[in-house]
Design a protein around this ligand. Sequence first.
Ligand code: NAP
Length: 258
Amino acid sequence: MSAVDRDGPLAGKVAVVTGGASGIGLAIATRLAADGAAVAALDLDGAAADAAAAAIKADGGDAIGLAVDVTNRAGVEGAVAAVVDQLGAPTILVNNAGLPQFGPFLKLDLDTWQRVIDVNLTATFHCCQVVLPHMVAAEWGRIVNISSSSAQGGQQLMAAYVSSKAGMIGLTKSLALEFGRKGITVNTIPPGFIDTPMLRRSEAEGQLGPGVDAAIASTPVRRIGLPEDIAAATAFLARDDASYITGQIIGVNGGRNT
Ligand code: NAP
């Protein structure tokens, strides 16, 4: 990772990153730490979360890994209490943990619909409700919700996923209006095609139609996105400089959705 700047733009801040052990979340945790924040990586995979924190610490940063299923309210409350105890009160929250879903709408069963909504949207609700009081107390806060470019135009064969991500966009805008006066900004980044384990799993399962190479060919900047592209935008939104940006959909997609 890039060297940690303990006096960087996020010095003194504590950040919670859900799904922080893999792909986009790992890059975000790493980047926020590089910019000076103490970071808690929350993930289903506790060993991978610990490894993420260890890598940040090896580079001179401050981090912890916590095993938690963010759909579990008590689990989220326990994890945030551990963050307060070990790092301090969090005032940066990145809701990134996510679950993809593919398949025809008429074959979409209620359990699958519910699980996708739970992981992508209801977990965002839990994390916002548990972390926001710390932001309100600090009169400063940053929430960045990682949604999806698929929610901007719809995507066939992904109805539950797109609905959950569109819900994140609506939640983002509503919270921005409610908490702006408290010094808290709430924005969403809908990524385009980003090279992560999730994307490569989906490609291997044949879920991406013509595949990643075809997506690159139709992307104006002619490359696949990197987790670091999303991390850079997230880190910017977390800075003091971004205090006049709230309720926004910040597309990071190589120009695919403009
Ligand atoms: P990823 O590599 O699969 O990482 C997601 C992480 O979230 C994994 O570590 C996963 O743990 C964790 N997670 C899943 N469910 C969880 C839960 N209930 N509680 C806690 N952690 C959980 O995926 P990614 O591509 O980086 O995706 C990150 C976010 O970006 C997702 O919200 C995704 O929808 C969104 N996104 C990605 C793309 C893309 O092209 N990659 C495009 C648009 C949007 P396990 O691995 O143990 O399940």
